[in-house]
Each structure stands twice: as structure tokens, then as C-alpha cells.
Design a protein around this ligand. Structure first.
Ligand code: DP6
Length: 322
């Protein structure tokens, strides 16, 4: 029988970071986190049952590479188990990205996959339940179920660790400028990086307190539409997260010289030019600049001047899964 399983999900950027799991099996985080869903990068996924002996997974028109295949298959196994089903599945997934925007695809990827499998298995999950399911694929995917500002509550069990929308259609004139540098250092996945930070950084015990403080300040800043505060809290929280990595044993860093150079420039532009421009950085060297619509072009021009090789993309708040 025909089933329309097509689902689209946008990626998100954390303004209060998720960095560490209290349960790696269930992807239960050590802290809450808060993000903005973005319009610039989305994943579209369809699924159907097949009579083959193996799952069939297509990524951007080609057979998925082995790492992607295994991670996706693990998620298919979870859904089969939940639905007492043994049938193999075909997944067709496409990432839509205007340029190299330097955005993670696992958040939009597992949100779209969870949404598609919800239809395939006729699970009739609510968005809250979908958030729990997406979380099992990748923690940050729990937040991509919703648009706009999203709060992932850590919870204490599979059913209570889920995202809730704070404001799906933000009215404030926020936008992000994604800056992708050319020299990419050796990759440590976020899964590996956060686990090393959690288990070896002597500062990790501070992290839950830092997040709790930043989160309540951030919610106030969102409620009062205070863009400068939003940016400042996000930058502080991001640097605290990276400090966990610099203090891990062995220490590691996602930052390159270019990352630092841009962070220092933003500080200068804030002071000397009164621009709203704050940095947030995830598990890589690239920077997302938090700014406002009527300043983003000026900032983009300045970034291009200082980093002629960098690729920049302007991103706006995006919607939840469809
Ligand atoms: C730095 O969600 O990619 O982007 O749950 O292991 O798949 P897994 O990790 P992932 O981690 C995201 C880390 C981050 C911060 C954030 O998005 O909150």
C-alpha cells in the first residue's frame, strides 16, 4: 500500500550547549540545552519496507558510506524493536545546503528519519514523543522537531528527556552568519569529544552549574528580546564548553588560529563599532556569528575582508519538522 513517509527537518544551533551524557545508551544529557532552529540547512527523508536481506540506505543519491550506514541502521533496529518488526527498510535521504554552510547534519538527519519512520510504522507519535525518538539517534536531533527557540529538558529517563518549544516564530530580528574556514583540523566527533570532557576534565563538575545559570539568563533575554544579552550569554557558554576540552586529559581543541582571530575581531567590532556580533562554535573550527538583520551585511563584508578564503552564509530562524 502507498504511504507518504516524506519528512523534512531543519538543523539547529545550540546557544546553550549540550556537552556530556549521563546515559550514552539512551542519549540522556548531563544538562538541559537551548537552540535556534535554522532555515539554511535541511534534510528530507523517505522510507519504505523492502523484501531484500539488507537495509538499503541512500544519501544524496548514492549508497551511504559505512559510518553513516551503521549509525542509521542502529536507529532502524531500534524502531523495528519498538514495533516488533523484522522487515528490512529502504531509506532515501537528501541534505539540502545552499553552500558549505558548516552546519551539522545529524540534528536534521535524525529528526527527519524519526519523522519518516513514525509514518512508516504508523506509530502516531506526538511531537514530544518524536523528540524522544530523534534523541536516540543524535542528542541534538531532539531539538530539530520544533522551529525557532527550543529547550531540551535533560529529564531522567527515556520518556522524560525531550525538547519543548519556547517560541517557534521568533519576532526579534536575529540572524546568524556562518563562517567556514578552509583549514579543517583532525576531527574528533562530538560523541567522542563530550565523553572525554565529561570523564577527564577537572572542571566538568562546574558545567551543570554554568548551564543552569546561563539557561535561566538566556530565557529572560529571549523573553525580553534582548539580542545583545542573547549573544553574550551564548558566547560565554560556548567558551566554557570549549574550556572543558582544553582541560581534558589528553587535552584537545576544536579551535584553529582562524577561530581565535575571528572571536577577537568580533570583540573589537562590538567595542569600536557598536555592532551586535557574538560567536558560537560547535565541534569544529567554524564560527557562527550571532547578529541582527540590519547589521549582517556589514559584518559579512568585514569577515570576507579579514578571511578572503572563508565561505559565509546568512541563516535565519527556521521551522519544525514537516
Ligand atoms: C557541540 O548531538 O552531535 O553541537 O548525541 O552524540 O549525536 P550525539 O552528539 P551531538 O552533539 C552536539 C554537540 C554540540 C552542542 C549542541 O548541539 O548542543
Amino acid at each position: 500500500e502507498y504511504q507518504n513517509t516524506q519528512t523534512t527537518a531543519h538543523t539547529n544551533i545550540a546557544f546553550i550547549k549540550y556537552w556530556g551524557k549521563k546515559d550514552a545508551q539512551l542519549n540522556l544529557p548531563c544538562t538541559d540545552s537551548l537552540s535556534l532552529t535554522l532555515d539554511g540547512y535541511f534534510t528530507t527523508t523517505t522510507s519504505k519496507f523492502i523484501s531484500d536481506n539488507e537495509d538499503q540506505i541512500w544519501l544524496n543519491g548514492q549508497r551511504a558510506p559505512v559510518g553513516f550506514f551503521k549509525r542509521t541502521q542502529k536507529f532502524l533496529d531500534l524502531c523495528r524493536q519498538l514495533n516488533h518488526c523484522k522487515q528490512k527498510i529502504q531509506i532515501i535521504t537528501t541534505n539540502h545546503v545552499p553552500t558549505a554552510a558548516g552546519l551539522a547534519s545529524s540534528a536534521s538527519g535524525f529528526a527527519a528519519l524519526a519523522g519518516s519512520l513514525n509514518k512508516l510504522f504508523q506509530m502516531h507519535l506526538s511531537r514530544a514523543q518524536l523528540s524522544c525518538l530523534a534523541r536516540r539517534g543524535s542528542g541534538s536531533a531532539a531539538r530539530s522537531i520544533y522551529g525557532g527557540w527550543v529547550w531540551w529538558q535533560q529529564g531522567s529517563s527515556d520518556q522524560t528527556s525531550l525538547a519543548v518549544p519556547i517560541d517557534e516564530h521568533p519576532q526579534l530580528p536575529i540572524c546568524l552568519l556562518s563562517v567556514v574556514f578552509n583549514d579543517q583540523p583532525k576531527k574528533i566527533s562530538s560523541t567522542q569529544g563530550m565523553e572525554r570532557a565529561r570523564t577527564t576534565s577537572p572542571f566538568y563538575s562546574c558545567w551543570p552549574h554554568i548551564v543552569a545559570n546561563d539557561l535561566s539568563a538566556m530565557k529572560k533575554a529571549i523573553a525580553t528580546a534582548d539580542l545583545q544579552q542573547i549573544g553574550q550569554i551564548a558566547e560565554n557558554n560556548c567558551l566554557a564548553m570549549h574550556a572543558l576540552n582544553w582541560s581534558a586529559r589528553p587535552a584537545f581543541s576544536y579551535f584553529t588560529d582562524a577561530t581565535w582571530k575571528l572571536i577577537n575581531l568580533l570583540q573589537q567590532w562590538r567595542q569600536e563599532l557598536q555592532l551586535v556580533a557574538y560567536a558560537t562554535v560547535d565541534a569544529g573550527p567554524n564560527v557562527k556569528i550571532i547578529t541582527q538583520k540590519n547589521q549582517v551585511q556589514q559584518i559579512q563584508a568585514r569577515v570576507q575582508h579579514s578571511f578572503p578564503e572563508a565561505q559565509t552564509t546568512i541563516l535565519y530562524p527556521g521551522s519544525g519538522i514537516q
